[in-house]
Design a binder for this molecule. Structure first.
Ligand code: NAD
Length: 422
């Protein structure tokens, strides 16, 4: 019986991911056995990560690597450093990676990693030691043909260089393809650092285009000003969109006739935060979601658009730069209000597309030019969008359900064709 004395908990990312999968399974008409196989992570590793701090004290962190599915190829997914990471969050993120890789048709499964650490509380040396110890703990399950890492919240290309180095030293030779999102000097790819954001803008342009609207005719607000949000704001602004508000954890800024995004980027590089930028007025993160803009780009964390905040969303399009920014209840409210949601597994897939290009280049030891990468990225994003939009319109379903149905079906096909061992 439901305990009515308890305040309902907000939906966790894993609740959201599972509800989305159930919806896709229903659309596809799969049975319960296949549903269970698709819902359950194939392999998980929980590790203790002890750190000797700079002052000599020992502190212990928990680390996770979840390979949700490896039927279409090696696990692929980011590594997150955040004080709030737990295994369920990593499970949700790994599941979304599986569908995302399938939607853009890169030959990977889905995986994700996390360490429960707030990177802002640690020196570079401490972060290097944590990264190397975590890598060495999960070594048995990673590798260029097994599971390939990339940056996510709280990690960056330096983190990927340490992972690559630790793995390579253990094997006795340099293996750049074990991570993507690396610095160019150690086998990174041109265009990778901005690929997720470029992809977000391609996805936005394609979705708006379906309604006969161009990027230079609209206004936008971007929540999150990290690796994804900052470049998304910049590319939107370069495409002629009036970016009226952005925010990060410190708060946001709004200016109705458009922010000077280049000046804001310089401010953030100098001060490390959006708050305090004098080219606009302060706004908080909840009010930003409710701004009267055409396009809203959540590019920070999960679950920000829930039943409560969705009621106030005035944007016509929500383009999900973040993973899981909209809960299932939030989705329902947005749909009722006629808001078009370009789902995360499509909208932010540019990162994994260029990660795939980086892995292909590393495997061939042959590097492509930036225009080659940008063209191929755009082609992949537009192709994926067309397939998703066509299914959505043919079946009368949302872009999210269509993207999930395509991703889940491709993974299920791989299961069925490979057969069940033994
Ligand atoms: P990041 O750490 O570089 O940036 C995160 C940003 O969000 C920062 O500006 C931070 O201040 C802000 N933020 C954190 N909590 C917030 C809150 N409660 N409200 C408002 N802002 C907040 O991380 P990132 O790599 O830009 O990732 C952002 C999102 O995009 C995540 O959901 C991530 O999983 C997803 N994503 C990232 C990539 C990638 O290539 N980096 C690819 C696909 C999806």
């Amino acid at each position: 019986m439901t305990d009515l004395t308890k305040t309902p908990q907000p939906a966790s990312p894993l609740d959201t991911a599972r509800t989305q999968l159930a919806s896709a399974v229903e659309i596809l008409g799969y049975d319960e056995g296949l549903h269970q196989m698709l819902a359950t992570p194939r392999r998980e590793m929980n590790v203790a990560v002890p750190l000797r701090r700079d002052d000599g004290e020992i502190e212990l962190f928990m680390g996770y690597r979840v390979q949700h599915n490896i039927s279409r190829g090696p696990g692929k997914g980011g590594l997150r450093y955040s004080a709030s990471v737990d295994v369920d969050e990593v499970r949700a993120l790994a599941m979304w990676m599986t569908w995302k890789c399938a939607v853009v048709d890169v030959p990977y499964g889905g995986a994700k990693g996390g360490v429960t650490i707030d990177p802002r509380q640690h020196s570079t040396q401490e972060l290097e030691r944590v990264t190397r110890r975590y890598t060495s703990e999960i070594m048995p399950i990673i590798g260029p043909e097994r599971d390939i890492m990339a940056p996510d919240v709280g990690t960056d290309e330096q983190t990927m260089a340490w992972v690559m180095d630790t793995y390579s030293v253990s094997q006795g030779y340099t293996i750049p393809a074990v991570t993507t999102g690396k610095p160019l000097a150690v086998g990174g790819s041109l265009g990778r650092a901005t690929a997720t954001s470029r992809g977000v803008v391609h996805a936005a342009a394609a979705a708006l285009g379906d309604a006969g609207v161009k990027l230079d005719e609209v206004t936008a607000a971007v929540q999150g000003f990290g690796k994804v949000g900052s470049h998304a704001a910049r590319f939107l602004s370069e495409a002629g969109t009036r970016v009226v508000a952005v925010s990060d954890e410190s708060g946001g800024v709004v200016r109705s006739d458009g922010l000077d995004v280049a000046a804001l980027l310089r401010h953030v590089q100098r001060t490390g935060r959006v708050a305090g930028f004098d080219g606009g007025d302060p706004i908080d993160n909840v009010d930003l979601l409710a701004l009267d803009v055409d396009v809203l780009v959540p590019a920070a964390v999960e679950g920000v658009i829930d039943a409560e905040t969705a009621v106030n969303v005035k944007a016509r399009w929500v383009v999900e730069g973040a993973n899981g920014p909209t809960t299932s209840e939030g989705d329902r409210v947005l749909a009722e209000r006629g808001v078009v949601v370009v789902p995360d597994i499509l909208a932010n897939a540019g990162g994994v597309v260029v990660s795939y290009f980086e892995w292909v280049q590393a495997n061939q030891a042959y590097w492509w030019t930036e225009p080659e990468i940008e063209d191929r990225l755009e082609h992949r994003m537009v192709t994926a969008h067309r397939a998703v939009a066509a299914l959505a319109s043919a079946e009368g379903i949302s872009l999210r359900d269509a993207a999930l149905a395509i991703g889940v079906r491709r993974v299920a096909e791989a299961h069925q064709i490979r057969g069940l061992y033994p």
